[in-house]
Write a protein that binds this ligand. Structure first.
Ligand SMILES: Nc1ncnc2c1ncn2[C@@H]1O[C@H](COP(=O)(O)OP(=O)(O)O)[C@@H](O)[C@H]1O
Ligand SMILES: [Mg+2]
Length: 293
């Protein structure tokens, strides 16, 4: 837990919740922060397995997974390739587009991109986001052509790779996956539809609906698509797919999170609870999916 990404604080929250759950379940569990401790120290403690509760770069992106592979220590969640691919929103979209998973139309932005062309292709509003960040960091909803450049500059502070994406105005849904099964969907209702960093972790204004309130038929269809989207990226164990529904209730997948939040506001624990899996049991179920190779 912890690490050195922009999402360090959230990771510490997730990690401490997971640690407490493991200890309540009688697991001889200990915290390890790769920002402050070396992998030699990890090896020296002879852990049987690792529950990775890191978010963002240097943790969710395949690097720590690679280190654990080399050390031969089983770890939870996706392997090296899927972790790295899922961390990259652009390449995730390429894989989904090639395999028929609906994802919003996009354009890569560079310093040479012409705002008018981007707006003509994607329409307004549009979303500008860094390809490798999480927690809504560096993301801007752009309402007018003149604001595209500012949004690009902000995203580019976080990342060399920036995408602009068609805005899907409609309901927001997230699909948790546990051990190759889709859990009940969670519908997210953020103030003014703005699910930003604050509304994700600190505000009390965001409402979460689980059961989602979608029709059983639509829910099942989205769950099936979410599982397909998860498998195409090569993900393992657990994860969470973020998507938007348009006005006609068509789903559009935004991204897959290979190490979703496990804080008290988090969505995977909410989805698990809705099908009778308490937080501590969820943590154990995830731990059981630990693998190597
Ligand atoms: N194309 C889009 N249309 C509408 N809303 C979007 C779109 N892309 C992102 N959002 C909003 O921004 C939030 C964060 O975007 P997301 O792609 O999931 O990145 P992050 O990794 O920061 O969670 C989403 O939960 C959603 O509320
Ligand atoms: Mg997201």
């Amino acid at each position: 837990m912890g690490g050195r990404s922009a999402e360090r604080e959230i990771s510490l929250k997730s990690g401490n919740m997971v640690l407490a759950a493991l200890q309540r379940k009688g697991v001889d569990a200990h915290a390890f922060d790769p920002r402050d401790q070396s992998f030699e120290q990890l090896l020296a403690q002879r852990f049987a397995r690792v529950f990775i509760a890191l978010h963002g770069r240097f943790g969710e992106d395949g690097t720590v997974q690679g280190a654990l592979e080399v050390l031969g220590i089983p770890y939870t969640g996706s392997g090296v390739m899927a972790s790295a691919l899922a961390m990259d929103k652009w390449r995730t979209k390429l894989a989904w587009l090639a395999s028929g998973i609906p994802t919003p139309v996009y354009e890569l932005l560079t310093p040479d991109s012409r705002a008018a062309d981007v707006a003509a292709k994607l329409g307004l509003p549009l979303m500008v986001k860094p390809a490798h960040e999480g927690s809504s960091i560096g993301i801007t909803k752009v309402e007018s052509i003149e604001k595209i450049d500012v949004a690009y500059s902000l995203a580019a502070q976080h990342d060399g790779l920036v995408i602009a994406e068609q805005f899907i105005g409609g309901r927001e849904v997230t699909a948790a996956i546990l051990n190759d099964e889709a859990l009940p969907l969670v519908r997210i209702e953020a103030p003014q539809g703005n699910y930003d960093y604050h509304n994700k972790y600190f505000g009390e204004a965001t409402k979460y609906h689980c059961p989602s309130g979608l029709s059983a038929e639509l829910e099942a269809r989205i769950q099936q698509l979410a599982l397909a989207a998860f498998r195409i990226i090569g993900c393992h164990g657990w994860g969470r797919l973020d998507l938007m529904l348009d006005a006609e209730d068509r789903p559009w997948f935004l991204e897959v999170n290979t190490i979703p939040g496990m804080t008290d506001h988090s969505l995977v624990p909410m989805a698990a609870r809705a099908c009778g899996i308490a937080f501590d049991d969820l943590v154990l179920r995830i731990l059981e999916t630990a693998h190597v190779g």
